[in-house]
Design a protein around this ligand. Structure first.
Ligand code: ZN
Ligand code: FE
Length: 255
């Protein structure tokens, strides 16, 4: 079944994602930073919004949810565990839940770390992961509420998905994230090659997302607790993968 995937730039550097299945007249948006660009994209394509999916409670992801729900009647899906600080949900979901989206199935994956109640949405058949501010292009979200161990667990779960999965996250942070990755490993050819592609896209004003999980596994310092990265961070031999992640995340905060 063919799905169309549209990236919608919002606010300064946020992305909303539109998923459309023609056969069932199903259109979902993942996160609603603001209403206008999403309405515009729906109008351009002639699509009727049926579902709103929320990854986490930050204002730059839910700011337009209530207004968009009122305008379209789309059902609002978000984490039951975070319902107290999300806009009113018509369909609260929990990690491990599966729900239909047209003919597709969406799996809810627990993704704490950036916030405690953060969830991700995975569509196995389409090979799409909507990761919000958990796993991000060339990086991961800042730890506002969760512990390093929680984000480490989140990234382990998400990065175990099939490598061809396309990762659709919430921000255009790739170039800044890449500068950090390169600061740790300035001579790494895979990182240099990726930065060249990213800069070319940005120079044309193009989004650098989605990205494949395979590319993230190869270049994202938060997914690669290997020896080269351990040495680059000045950690002793035998440092655990969690220790390597924790140190990398702390360095990024002050980069
Ligand atoms: Zn956030
Ligand atoms: Fe955000």
């Amino acid at each position: 079944m063919t799905l169309e995937l549209i990236i919608v730039p919002c606010l300064k550097d946020n992305y909303a994602w539109l998923i459309h299945e023609e056969a069932t007249d199903t259109t979902a948006v993942v996160d609603v930073p603001e209403v206008a660009p999403i309405l515009e994209a729906l109008r351009t394509h002639g699509w009727r919004l049926s579902h709103i999916l929320i990854t986490h409670h930050h204002a730059d992801h839910i700011g337009g949810v209530e207004a968009l729900h009122e305008m379209t009647g789309a059902r609002v899906i978000g984490a039951a565990q975070d319902a107290a600080r999300l806009p009113p949900l018509t369909a609260p979901v929990a990690p491990g839940d599966r729900f239909p989206l047209g003919m597709q199935t969406v799996e809810v994956i627990d993704a704490p770390g950036h916030t405690i109640g953060h969830i991700a949405y995975y569509m196995a058949e389409a090979g799409l992961l909507f990761s919000g501010d958990s796993l991000m292009s060339w990086g991961c979200g800042r730890l506002f509420e969760g512990t390093p161990a929680q984000m480490f667990g989140t990234l382990a779960r998400l990065s175990a998905l099939p490598p061809e999965t396309r990762v659709c996250s919430g921000h255009e942070y790739t170039e800044a994230n890449g500068r950090f990755a390169l600061s740790l490993e300035p001579g790494n050819p895979a990182l240099l090659a990726r930065m060249e592609r990213i800069r070319a896209l940005r120079a044309q004003g193009e989004p650098t997302l989605p990205v494949t999980l395979a590319e993230e596994l190869q270049t994202n310092p938060f997914l690669r607790a290997d020896d080269g990265l351990r040495r680059a961070l000045g950690l002793p031999e035998g440092a655990s993968a969690l220790e390597i992640f924790t140190e990398a995340r702390a360095r990024k905060d002050s980069f």
